[in-house]
Write a protein that binds this ligand. Structure first.
Ligand code: TTP
Ligand code: MG
Ligand code: MG
Length: 448
């Protein structure tokens, strides 16, 4: 990985007239350390370490001045103080970090509702819909940096790109206190000179294997035949790395709203009673839900069916699966059997909808942004090399698997909810990001 002390900093020094870099990644600079310096202005510009001053503890955060001596987060405190004996060590105050985190996340949400919080000090923003009001990604990035500083006294760095992966890499390259816009057309020029360690998911072991092939940069990986890569790191990882090296990453910014549920529904021009016609529509809707689940990198634990009849009465039935899914076929099977068991087959249907609920972040946590099954293996490979991600991913997977396989868990117990007359019925199909008739202002919401 390139140095974290700002010595390989890349920034956009002049305004960039580009609209393609719609995904912003914002990350606070030396976050915990910077928050501590707000209380200690006399220490600004000095090497400061946040952590407990005992020899057996580790560095929680360090200012860029301390990083120049080779001090980094998670390093043993004893080693850090050997490298930088003059560093001032400050005790952490987690309540302050949480408070400032809340303030900056709210600032991001003032720019756009499409905010995906990644951790205490960073988030992705999709600014596609904010562009008309607020200008180019460069202008929005500049505005964010100004507002964050004005409101908190803290500095942040912003990367803007056409994909999440490149935006995150761009923000890390622009640190500290920088903004780097990578227009879509410049993606490969930006990516290819970067070291292989900058490939998302490449840990120490994979990096060693790639280096043994003589590969140093992301450009080297892009130029290596897949067969050669496969022999070194396995076919799944090689496909994953090859895609990243070519700048390919279809993951969307997933906001809290879209995380709750993903659904599609259709209102017919005329009421439909024919079972096979309704099943055909269910299959189409189920496939659409599957595509969006996969694009968002999440799995649905519960499948829900919504039916509105000719007299406007509406029922919803749902079933929780033993294994969460993102597959259209699987969703369809459940939706169809919910319909069959509804006791209302043969009645004229005005609206039909399918929804995946209780979305699990497991896939997102694993980085499963694939549209095809092979990629799961890619991530299994990547996890093997990637300690922290591995532990996290396993926990998520295990939790999903541990769900009891007792008759209760496998129960095919449809929950029945009956709601009254639907108020507002759009006459065409719409995507429903959160609950049927989800909140206004979310893209894909037909505005019902
Ligand atoms: P980071 O954003 O990774 O690091 P940073 O904000 O200190 O520095 P920069 O982004 O400019 O490179 O992490 C945010 C905070 O999370 C960090 O200030 C302290 C905390 N943290 C830990 O507690 N342990 C860790 O291992 C890391 C990496 C961070
Ligand atoms: Mg940070
Ligand atoms: Mg961070």
């Amino acid at each position: 990985m390139s140095k974290q002390d700002g010595s390989s900093r890349q920034v956009s020094t002049t305004p960039v007239e580009d609209l393609t870099a719609r995904i912003l990644h914002v990350d606070m600079d030396a976050f915990f350390a910077s928050v501590e310096l707000l209380e200690h202005p006399e220490l600004v510009g000095k090497p400061v370490i946040v952590g407990h001053p005992s020899a057996r503890s580790v560095v929680t955060a360090a200012t860029y001045e301390a990083r120049k001596f080779g001090v980094n987060s998670a390093m043993p405190m004893a080693l850090a103080l050997r490298r930088c004996p003059q560093a001032i060590v400050l005790e952490p105050h987690y309540d302050r970090y949480t408070r400032y985190s809340g303030i900056v996340m709210d600032l991001f949400r003032d720019i756009t509702p499409h905010v995906e919080v990644l951790g205490i000090d960073e988030a992705f923003l999709d600014v596609a819909s904010a562009r008309r009001l607020m200008g180019t990604p460069w202008q929005i990035g500049t505005l964010i940096r100004e507002r964050v500083f004005a409101e908190t006294g803290l500095r942040c760095s912003v990367g803007a790109a056409a994909t999440k992966y490149v935006a995150k890499l761009a923000s890390s390259r622009s640190k500290p206190d920088g903004l780097l816009v990578v227009p879509e057309a410049d993606t490969l020029d930006f990516l290819h000179p970067q070291p292989i360690s900058a490939l998302w998911g490449v840990g120490v072991k994979t990096a060693e294997k790639l280096e043994r092939l003589g590969l140093r940069t992301i450009g080297d990986v892009a130029q290596t035949p897949l067969d050669t890569l496969s022999r070194a790191v396995g076919s799944a990882t090689s496909a994953h790395l090859n895609a990243l090296a070519r700048g390919w990453d279809p993951r969307h910014v997933v906001t809290e709203h879209t995380e709750k549920s993903i659904g599609h529904e259709r209102t017919f021009e005329r009421d439909i009673s024919d079972t096979s016609e309704l099943e055909k529509e269910l299959l189409r809707l189920s496939n659409a839900v599957g595509v969006r689940l996969r694009r968002s990198g999440v799995l649905a634990r519960t499948i829900a069916l919504k039916l509105r009849f000719g007299d406007f009465s509406t029922i919803s039935r749902s079933r929780t699966l033993a294994d969460p899914t993102d597959l259209g076929r699987r969703i369809y099977e459940e939706a169809r059997s919910l319909y069959a068991e509804s006791g209302r087959t043969g009645e004229p249907v005005r609206l039909i909808g399918v929804r995946g609920e209780q979305l699990t972040g497991a896939a997102a946590d694993l980085g499963l942004w694939d549209d095809d099954g092979d990629w799961r293996d890619a991530d299994a490979d990547a996890r093997r090399d990637h300690g922290e991600v591995r532990a996290h991913a396993r926990a998520a997977r295990d939790a999903a698997r541990r769900r009891p396989r007792s008759p209760d868990a496998d129960a095919r117990r449809p929950d029945l909810t009956v709601s009254g007359r639907g108020g507002n019925v759009p006459s065409s199909e719409r995507a429903v990001p959160s609950r049927f008739g989800g909140p206004p202002g979310v893209p894909g919401d037909g505005g019902g």
